[in-house]
Write a protein that binds this ligand. Structure first.
Ligand SMILES: NC(=O)c1ccc[n+]([C@@H]2O[C@H](COP(=O)([O-])OP(=O)(O)OC[C@H]3O[C@@H](n4cnc5c(N)ncnc54)[C@H](O)[C@@H]3O)[C@@H](O)[C@H]2O)c1
Length: 311
């Protein structure tokens, strides 16, 4: 059995690929290394087939999908900010790239495709917690692209009987999330600031909330989405079901890094969503998904990794 992980040299994709390799699965990675890094997969590189190429090139995707039974589709342009500056590029990588994956998968008899979607599809809707059957109002080309991908995934199931499952990740964090990327999550930024003894920046009053989910729990959700029969054709939130304010996140990081730094408060960012957290009831019922890592524990691993890997 062969499994393709697109974006497999990236943060989440490399953890999925590593987990599959640890279960002795035959893994192929397609990545163009625009954000992914060889060092993310170095320790298991010899055990995977690595294809370097662009997800929005048909011949490349066809080659990558050929012979595969399952696909975890993670490759994407992941930055909301960049998507606003460059919607055409976002369309090309996220929407066209996903359509090429779905098209090749249906032509070549792939059994199931699990797609990385995002909480960004909810945008600024007010309902809390966010439920899969609630309103969607994506506010950026990135969020829109993820919404369109979900609709296309559904279409491929209806029209071509290709099994698809979409996972709406909330705020994923953990080892290998690049703290130096301007688009990196707030956790990597706070930890890296604390370790460099630089004051972290908090936009607004810091009482805005997010649902921070450790990357290993996201990997687990992906494997469940691949194996659970009833998951086909469905969309699931993948978070922890709890909300954490940016202030309390900093408090925990401050404690774990023994930092005495005082954050710098800047004006709230335009369009910043006030509160966000997932209902994981559906993922619990259908996928038997239960997040296992508390924020405290997940942060411990993340801090260790950033300590070991910062230059
Ligand atoms: N990290 C999060 O909190 C989060 C939240 C919601 C959704 N997601 C989604 O999860 C997936 C993985 O995100 P991540 O956080 O690991 O980001 P990442 O940037 O580390 O991973 C994306 C990978 O895709 C590759 N890639 C980008 N463009 C490509 C192209 N044109 N051709 C081939 N490969 C290409 C990159 O090199 C990278 O390795 C993405 O689809 C993202 O939208 C992530």
């Amino acid at each position: 059995m062969k499994i393709l992980v697109t974006g497999g040299a990236g943060f989440i994709g490399s953890h999925i690929a590593e987990e599959l390799v640890s279960h002795k699965q035959d893994v192929r990675i397609l990545d163009n290394f625009s954000a992914g890094k060889l060092k993310n997969i170095r320790h298991f590189e010899k055990k995977v087939e690595l294809l370097e190429g662009n997800i929005s090139d048909k011949a490349t995707v066809d080659d990558a999908v050929k012979g595969c039974n399952y696909i975890f589709h993670q490759a994407a342009m992941v930055s909301v900010e960049e998507s606003i500056k460059n919607p055409v590029k976002t369309w090309d990588i996220n929407i066209k790239g996903t359509l090429l994956v779905l098209g090749a998968a249906s032509r070549m008899g792939v059994k199931r495709v699990v797609l990385a979607s995002s909480a960004a599809v909810y945008g600024d809707t007010l309902a809390l917690p966010k439920r899969e059957d609630g309103a969607l109002n994506p506010k950026s080309p990135y969020g829109e692209s993820k919404h369109i991908n979900e609709m296309n995934a559904e279409k491929y199931l209806k029209d071509f009987k290709l099994q698809t499952v979409c996972l709406r990740y909330f705020n994923v964090y953990g080892p290998r999330q690049d703290p130096d990327s301007p688009y990196s999550g707030v956790i990597s930024k706070f930890v890296s600031a604390a370790l460099r003894k630089e004051r972290p920046i908090i936009y607004g009053d810091g009482e805005q909330t997010r649902d921070f989910v450790f990357v290993k729990d996201v990997v687990k959700a992906n494997l469940l989405a691949m194996s659970e029969k009833k998951a086909a054709g469905q969309v699931f939130n993948i978070g922890t079901g709890t909300e954490t304010s940016i202030n309390s996140l900093w408090k925990e990081i401050k404690k774990q890094t023994k930092s005495k730094l005082v954050p710098i408060h800047k004006a709230p960012r335009e369009g910043d969503i006030r509160r966000s957290f997932a209902s994981i009831v559906k993922a619990g019922k259908v996928l038997k998904y239960r997040p296992e890592y508390s924020l405290e524990e997940g942060l411990k691993y993340t801090i260790e990794w950033i300590k070991e890997n910062s230059s």
